[in-house]
Design a binder for this molecule. Structure first.
Ligand code: WQD
Length: 344
């Protein structure tokens, strides 16, 4: 039977690469588009080694409409998963135009193509960042939305664009996934979170500190109004997140009419920074070198998901624990040490 072809923009990135593995396991034929601004080109070879499959990939930006429409003429995509975007909250504050240009222009270019190929299902990579600073938890999809950074603004703007695009073209089938905090790596240790330069995110900073690549972890703030004073987040294993994308594709394939649906993709379980450090030390037997520091601008004290809607409508639920996720991140780090002992 002809395998359904799926365009995966940003497919060489952290979440994109893990989703490629799951798409192949589920019988899809993924085609990767990536400009490698936030991804290591070596990931493609690692994916081919891991999956033992040829994975076609193209190296250009989604913003390039002329090239993008050529891809749709070459393949018969049944769906697109749109990951391609810049995603560092802190960087977006100092360089908002880079975020407006890539994250908004990229989606405009893709929607201009989908306008000509309206039967293409679209799964969009959104973020819990659109909830801004919630005053109660867990958050449901109907909570008020806002933004705390130019990055968050672009994700909210993207969601609004999708809503209005669907209103104009009611036959289109669209699903936005609001990720909480993706962590961890594929069990092989071959692919994982590989930030370029010093990590912004907590878990890669923890594993790089434990590996001796970083001197010490700073915990940003211990005076939040939370049980132990450090921020609460909803950390989800990246493989659970990858599986959520396939569930979203299947959800769209089953629908008879058009739709524009939004789902929280988290575990529903809050974990504090201090608890995560404790989990890392318990699971790895390593003692982490850390200290408290001042709060980081833009951090919200707490956010975690109500995941009832995803379970009810996507028939998806996170299966892996935060312990498994942290251990898989450490396994990837150790694998990187073996293959790239000197990179920092
Ligand atoms: C988590 C907690 C920090 C680093 C990220 C993405 C965002 C969205 C959700 C995709 C916070 C603390 C961190 C460090 C620390 N994902 N921390 N020391 O900010 O919740 O958001 O995931 O859209 O785009 O940025 O994740 O891992 O940066 O921080 O104490 O060295 O860890 O203060 O409380 P965040 P994070």
């Amino acid at each position: 039977m002809q395998r359904k072809q799926i365009l995966v923009t940003g497919g060489a990135g952290y979440i994109g690469s893990h989703t490629i593995v799951t798409l192949l396991e589920e019988g899809y034929e993924p085609i990767v588009l990536d400009d490698f601004r936030n991804a290591n080109p070596a990931v493609i070879k690692k994916l081919q080694k891991l999956t033992k499959k040829e994975i076609p990939f193209f190296n250009f930006s989604c913003c390039d409409f002329d090239k993008l429409i050529q891809l749709f003429k070459k393949y018969s995509f049944s769906g697109v998963i749109h990951f391609a975007a810049d995603k560092a909250v802190g960087e977006s504050v100092v360089n908002p135009l880079k975020y407006f240009d890539n994250n908004i222009t990229g989606l405009i270019s893709l929607l201009k193509v989908i306008e000509k190929y309206p039967n293409t299902n679209l799964v969009f990579s959104s973020s819990c960042t659109v909830y801004g600073n919630p005053t109660s938890y867990p958050v449901t999809e109907s909570f008020p939305v806002g933004f705390n950074s130019p990055y968050g603004f672009t994700k909210l703007c993207n969601e609004q664009m999708l809503m209005q695009f669907h209103t104009a073209l009611q036959s289109t089938k669209i699903c936005s996934l609001r990720y909480f905090n993706p962590i961890g790596a594929h069990e092989s240790g071959l692919i994982g979170e590989e930030p370029i330069g010093a990590p912004n995110n907590l878990v890669p900073f923890i594993t790089q500190t434990a590996a001796g690549w970083r001197e010490q972890l700073t915990v940003f703030g211990n005076d939040y109004n939370t049980p132990d004073g450090s921020c609460l987040r909803d950390y989800i294993h990246v493989m659970d997140l990858a599986e959520a994308h396939v569930s979203a594709l299947k959800y769209l394939e089953k629908r008879k009419e058009g739709c524009n649906a939004i789902f929280n993709i988290g575990t529903g379980i809050p974990t504090s920074v201090l608890e995560l450090i404790k989990v890392f030390e318990q699971e790895t037997g390593k003692t982490l070198n850390w200290k408290f520091g001042p709060r980081r601008a833009g951090d919200v004290p707490a956010i975690y998901a109500n995941v009832e809607k995803s379970l009810k409508e996507l028939h998806w639920k996170a299966k892996r624990s935060v312990n498994e996720a942290v251990l898989s991140a450490w396994n990837f780090q150790k694998h990187s040490l073996i293959t790239n002992p000197s990179i920092k």
